[in-house]
Ligand binder design. Sequence first.
Ligand SMILES: Cc1cc2nc3c(=O)[nH]c(=O)nc-3n(C[C@H](O)[C@H](O)[C@H](O)COP(=O)(O)OP(=O)(O)OC[C@H]3O[C@@H](n4cnc5c(N)ncnc54)[C@H](O)[C@@H]3O)c2cc1C
Length: 362
Amino acid sequence: MPDVSADPPATAPAAHASSLGAYTTLRLGGPADTLTPVSETDEAVAMMRSAARKGYRVLVLSGGSNVVIGDAGFPGPVLLMRTRGVTEVERDHRGVLLRVAAGEPWDEFVARTLAGGLSGLEALSGIPGSVGATPIQNVGAYGQEVAQTIEAVHVYDRVDDEVKVLSLPECGFAYRSSIFKHNDRWLVLEVDFRLAVSAASAPIRYAELARHLGVEAGERVAAERVRDTVLKLRAGKGMVLDPDDPDTRSVGSFFTNPVLSAQEWATVQDRLADAGEPPSWPAPNGTVKVPAAWLIEKAGFTKGYAGRDGVAISAKHTLALTHRGGGTTAALLDLAREIRDGVRDRFGVVLHPEPVLVNCSL
Ligand SMILES: Cc1cc2nc3c(=O)[nH]c(=O)nc-3n(C[C@H](O)[C@H](O)[C@H](O)COP(=O)(O)OP(=O)(O)OC[C@H]3O[C@@H](n4cnc5c(N)ncnc54)[C@H](O)[C@@H]3O)c2cc1C
């Protein structure tokens, strides 16, 4: 029996057994040619090499929490990354360096670091999926992102047919992005994290989190308290997987928060007369980041707004598109298009999807 602990809970509503939907948190997606769970790193590299020789494109799936797979499925082999292992590589005045296998479930790893007196990942508690997928979109939440603690990413490079270690600058991390996203050149094998040996959290950077902790932004509190608070905040928004809660049958945020130029921001403000001032954060080079959820709501799409065939906006968070059962990827994408076009018509801002779209498009 392969280790499938990163899979969605078996009690979640059924997706057809042979479909890739069973391996995604959305429970959507058609069949694959073959599905191979891989529990050894060497095995994963060997499978990629053999597929390359045969001229196949391989779809890598881990927790399936950031993919939208088309109803036709994937016309090729699927590698389910299920490697496990956490190794302490070194411990010195700079903290502890941990080398983590790609298939380790992310939140179990975060909990383990906190239990071991290490801090730096506490605000990323409760995010579904695997460790190896975190560099793909520079996973982030509540003021932390993995780029702040990743020291290196061990990859198999399909182009050079070589295992390599990429340093932090080589990963090209940016907001919900990296060189790995939308690029199947690299298979992530292991990730190196450097964490502080401290029971105190990293400085709290996110206003909502600081408010709930009762501290000022920039202060530190017990890292375990940050985890507990983040888990509560996330659960209230349907952002912690729960097989009994259909609002969590999603990919988390469906759209990234748009980063607007000064001119685009002025246009949004012009069109806001009756909508009020949106929350916003300053971003690099004079740009402004605006919450997509706010734009979506002000464009008329409220929590619970239903599309056709069993898909709807989450009742808890406007940014999550959910599958309530019996739906299709086509219906989900229709709803996403309706929202994207509504926001564009109202504010002139084009929203971009955060998940990776496999064999389908928006
Ligand atoms: C309820 C919910 C809440 C979420 N909250 C957040 C959040 O707060 N912040 C955030 O950033 N994300 C969030 N997400 C999105 C998602 O959990 C993360 O992006 C997560 O890192 C995806 O991991 P995964 O193992 O499920 O990846 P998958 O969905 O299996 O794969 C995602 C992409 O990464 C590629 N990939 C996966 N593993 C590897 C590997 N080893 N090597 C190369 N490529 C690989 C896949 O091919 C695919 O392109 C949320 C999702 C859900 C369902």
